[in-house]
Design a protein around this ligand. Structure first.
Ligand SMILES: [Fe+2]
Length: 253
């Protein structure tokens, strides 16, 4: 199974770099569309837009509509649940029964569990008792498939950036990480938010953090030749060896 992982596109319509953000997103989807083989899914781990506005989501939806592979999204701290749901009106995976955008996809060799760590008005993540209950319930419905978990905020210590911890409280982070520790099926956690690459772990389960697709918001050191090139990750699953991750650089086309 092949997962194209993108994050932090931060589509905005009124910033000096608005066109760059839109172009970075468009170029990334075009690059993924040219992959052979195609990924089974494209997963966006949040901060699709900058201000949670419907007109921003309209652009994001238009760009993602060009994707050949199925697309799944979760909210980041800049997203707005109501407007995101309104914009992705045809996305049946966005369960309307919960106030949170939490879901599982069981259509692939790896089960995909998407978590909602949005705390409106706060850049840090939250994971309340209700979300923890949803996660526990999701994990209890399948005990056999290897499972990959997607969350905007990394639920572990991060080694890069200004903040090693990216949740409002230790307790909130533990409400997310403890069910993952207790599950024998969770083999990988994929995140965004930090706008630079990093790797962490939850009790031995690897946590992979992807840089922002928006190159104007990306942090870290990159060779001059790729400073304006978005970077996304391809997570490849092999039943014998688990996940391996390769960076993809979207070159100038
Ligand atoms: Fe972001």
């Amino acid at each position: 199974m092949l997962i194209a992982h993108i994050s932090d596109t931060h589509i905005a319509l009124d910033t000096p770099d608005s066109e760059t953000r839109i172009s970075d997103f468009e170029r990334t989807i075009a690059h993924i569309n040219a992959l052979d083989p195609q990924p089974d899914v494209i997963f966006h781990t949040g901060d699709l837009v900058q201000n949670g506005r419907l007109d921003e989501y309209t652009h994001a939806v238009e760009i993602l509509a060009e994707a050949r592979a199925p697309v799944y999204v979760i909210p980041g701290n800049k997203d707005d649940r109501v407007n995101l749901r309104s914009a992705f009106v045809g996305a049946s995976y966005l369960d309307r029964k919960s106030p949170f955008i939490t879901y599982a996809i069981d259509d692939f060799p790896v089960r995909l569990i998407a978590l909602d760590t949005l705390d409106p008005g706060n850049n840090k993540g939250d994971f309340c008792a209700d979300r923890a209950s949803e996660l526990t319930a999701l994990l209890s419905t399948n005990h056999t498939k290897p499972t990959a978990v997607f969350a905007h905020h990394p639920p572990c210590k991060i080694n890069v950036g200004p903040e090693p911890w990216n949740f409002v409280t230790d307790e909130a982070m533990q409400r997310l990480s403890e069910p993952l520790q207790q599950s024998e099926n969770v083999i990988a956690v994929f995140c965004g938010h930090v706008h630079r690459p990093d790797f962490g772990e939850i009790d031995g389960t690897p946590v992979t953090v992807i840089p922002s697709i928006a190159t104007s918001l990306r942090w870290g050191e990159y060779p001059e030749a790729i400073k304006n090139c978005p970077i996304y990750f391809l997570h490849s699953y092999d039943p014998a060896t688990g996940f391996s991750t390769a960076s993809q650089v979207v070159d100038h086309q």
